[in-house]
Design a binder for this molecule. Structure first.
Ligand code: ZN
Length: 302
């Protein structure tokens, strides 16, 4: 089954909902980063949320970034998504290994105590940015808390990644449910009842539930209306030119030293681990171009 997101409303637009199946997205991320099971689960949950939150944005050029900075051994997570649900991401330490907690992958332990930052770049002068503390570091609850406290939208978020015995991804997915300000009390109560029937997203996905069927369980007796579906995928738009910016940031002195050493360098894209080679000639060109722009900028200042 290809990965996709379902968008829906319920109770006559009092609720909006998103559900996704993301096995291939998470498996692609796991392969790119050679991620351990707990890192794949943590990154997979954030990628799944990122894909759904990306699909909430309106314009083609809108970009969403989810950043988790915690004191745990995974050393933070970063995910970005566009409005077409193309998503990519990485963990600071994708090789992190932890003993299971209550028989489950210890995502909370890997992430640790810290902050969640959501940045939405919608082409305005300043991107929107909201930050909340991590309440459980299990990611879904942290996003629920973020939506309620930073965006003032009462929400319910469920995310899950289940690994195979061979450490590949068996299934992954999730949902985001959001209450509109005019949602009636009885609707909210019914939804809370329904949510009790979904103890874990992965147990339903593993039983073969589609995102549509997941929403049917969540919105039983609540008048579910599927609006549309959208494919989602792990996609990195890096190129030698884009990664060159990272080379520039090393600093002129250091690049000059590399040129003196006379050896090619290899720089990897954070998001997908693709390696790009820069020859001494490339490095000289980078120095020249950067120097030229700096000179031009200085001239403008005069
Ligand atoms: Zn890349």
């Amino acid at each position: 089954m290809e990965d996709y997101i379902v968008r829906a409303t319920a109770a006559g637009n009092q609720i909006r909902a998103f559900a996704a199946t993301t096995r291939q997205t998470v498996e692609t991320a796991r392969r790119h980063h050679d991620a351990s099971p707990v890192a794949a689960a943590a990154l997979g949950r954030l990628l799944t949320a990122g894909a759904m939150m990306g699909s909430m944005m309106k314009n083609d050029t809108d970009m969403l970034t989810l950043q988790i900075r915690g004191n745990g051994p995974i050393e933070g997570l970063t995910v970005t998504a566009d409005s077409h649900a193309n998503v990519k991401g990485y963990a600071g330490n994708p090789g992190v290994m932890l003993p299971p907690k209550n028989g489950k992958l210890d995502v909370g332990g890997a992430v640790g105590v810290g902050l969640l930052t959501v940045i939405k770049d919608m082409g305005l002068k300043e991107p929107y940015s909201g930050q909340t503390i991590l309440v459980s570091s299990e990611i879904a609850e942290d996003l629920t808390y973020y939506f309620a406290n930073s965006e003032q939208v009462p929400s319910s978020v469920g995310l899950g990644v289940l690994m195979e015995k061979d450490n590949t991804v068996r299934c992954a997915g999730g949902f985001i449910i959001q209450m509109m300000p005019f949602a009636e009390e009885k609707i909210i109560c019914q939804l809370e009842e329904n949510l009790k029937n979904v103890s874990s997203v992965t147990s339903l996905l593993d039983r073969g539930y589609t995102p549509e069927q997941l929403l049917e369980v969540l919105f039983e007796n609540l008048g579910l209306e599927i609006t549309d579906t959208m494919p989602t995928q792990f996609y990195c738009n890096c190129s030698k030119e884009r990664v060159e910016k990272a080379v520039v940031s090393i600093g002129r002195k250091e690049i000059q030293e590399m040129i003196t050493d006379g050896e090619d360098i290899e720089v990897k894209c954070h998001f997908c681990n693709t390696a790009y080679r820069y020859t001494v000639e490339d490095l000289k060109r980078i120095i020249n171009n950067t120097y030229k722009t700096e000179r031009a900028a200085r001239r403008e200042e005069w």
